[in-house]
Design a protein around this ligand. Structure first.
Ligand code: SAM
Length: 243
């Protein structure tokens, strides 16, 4: 997969996109990441990417021409078309399901807004879709691009060392299509009177599997009951939740 980001701060991606799992995935050529400076598509002396909004109001807005020219030129630089995604609070809320969908594309191009946002015509002309990270306002789309890249890349085959790691995670299809993950523990078995559940130390895999399933249901009911509405639960699991 190729992930590209267009930004007025193209350097902010450097550390994160090259560290840990994302860094290793790039070295192993599971994906490649490139960021582009939007100012490279400006043609005035000040390399302006923003201007005052028509109709007045506070702040500056990102201009349409640099974004449209940049997206067109980045698209044309490779034969494989990129899915062009703009970050905006007005976009589709990001979720694990959205990450799974995006992991199916070979090339993603993220457009990161700044200031008071982007001239609407840029969306109309070059956006394939818009994504929101949630119901709050960030200063720019760069964090959103890194969050989405992270969630997508770890789903790519080989990105995580242990192929099982992304399977039983919160919101994954293997957890009844959207439950929270069960509680996890590591050594020591006892700390300040808090014990690791006996079942997890029993070596009895059938019991461990059942405990994890029930714990996952309990935690979802306690912390995120809204997720249960969309989960695919068996009769047995529904009966467990009613007890
Ligand atoms: N004036 C805009 C509004 O009220 O919707 C907010 C603009 S915000 C300060 C600047 C940029 O940050 C946006 O263009 C977008 O790229 C990014 N951004 C801010 N909040 C975001 C969110 N919740 N999800 C995705 N991107 C966001």
């Amino acid at each position: 997969m190729i992930i590209e980001a267009l930004s007025v701060f193209p350097d902010v991606f450097d550390a994160y996109m090259h560290a840990s799992i994302l860094g290793r995935a790039q070295r192993e050529e599971i994906f490649e990441f490139h960021s582009y400076d939007l100012r490279d598509w400006t043609y005035d002396r000040h390399r302006s990417v923003d201007d005052e909004p028509y109709g007045g109001g506070a702040g500056m807005l990102m201009k349409v021409e640099p974004i449209v020219h940049a997206v067109e030129s980045i698209q044309q630089a490779r034969s494989m078309p990129a899915r062009t995604i703009f970050f905006t609070p007005a976009g589709t809320p990001f979720s694990q399901r959205e990450a799974e969908r995006l992991a199916g594309y070979e090339r993603l191009l993220f457009v990161c807004g700044r200031y008071e946002g982007i001239d609407e015509r840029a969306f109309e002309l070059v956006a394939d879709e818009c994504i929101s990270l949630g119901d709050y306002v960030l200063t720019g789309g760069e964090l959103a691009a890194m969050v989405v890249s992270d969630a997508v890349v770890r789903l790519l085959p080989g990105a995580l060392g242990d192929a099982q790691s992304s399977l039983d995670e919160s919101f994954s299809a293997s957890l009844s299509h959207g439950l929270l993950e069960y509680a996890q523990y590591t050594r020591p078995a006892s700390f300040r009177g808090h014990e690791v559940p006996e079942v997890l130390r029993s070596g009895d895999h059938a019991r461990i599997k059942r405990w994890r399933r029930e714990n996952s249901l309990e935690r979802t009911l306690r912390f995120r009951p809204d997720l249960l509405e969309c989960a695919h639960l068996s009769h047995e699991e529904l009966a467990f939740l009613e007890t």
